[in-house]
Write a new protein. Sequence first.
Length: 276
Amino acid sequence: MIDRGHPLSIGTQARLLGMSRSAVYYLPRATSAADLALMRAIDELHLEFPFMGSRQLRRHLLKRGHKVGRLHVRTLMKTMGIAALAPQPGTSERNPQHKVYPYLLRKLAIVRSNQVWAMDTTYIRMERGFVYLTAVVDVYSRRILAHRVAISLEAVHAKDVFQEAINRYGTPEIVNTDQGSQFTAQEFVDAVLQVGAKLSMDGRGAWRDNVFVERIWRSVKYECVYLKAYDTVSQARTDITRYIDWYNHERCHSSHDGCTPEQVWLAALPPLQEAA
């Protein structure tokens, strides 16, 4: 950490810390209003057409009147943490140095609560800027077990929200994620494996592996986020938390004969396991 009041010069401190002087003096630019508008449009299109990559998204953005190049679309997609959910090269933002675990859900019969949890992160737009929402979802019941709103995509947020779910609801048999760097990072992998759960990862760009969580994100955004204009991060956290509580306890699902995620989750818990 650079101490600007220390007798050592800033340049010397930077050298001792292995940092460049330019990194010390760099001040990140705020996201422009034009880019925020583009990111909102990309987010809406991605929810409607999750298979689209940067080329197709650019074509649709041009039709909407946005003058933008494909490379800029790709840059914004990376900033938002989204990729096309279709088999095509170069769409995954995983860290190539991180180990990728095999996908374990293919042909697996998911028949009870706490058998499989899914984790994912999505972009949440605000009036000026954006945040990221990471959630733990019980795949069988669709109950959102824990969530966190953060201003960056870091492994610590994924680990913390997973630990919150573990502390409240016990340990699942399998945790499924995509290949995002926050989920392939060693600190998140260790958090999962140390509690005795198996780690499963979606195939690179395989939209079918991730479609379940994408449906939940669609509900969160169309029924909550897109109806609001959050001015602050705390406002986004409060409103999203309120919606998730309603989603778990009040929102009925036709696929569960009109029951709520909470009702289905409680009814399908393994023997001797109780809710927190």
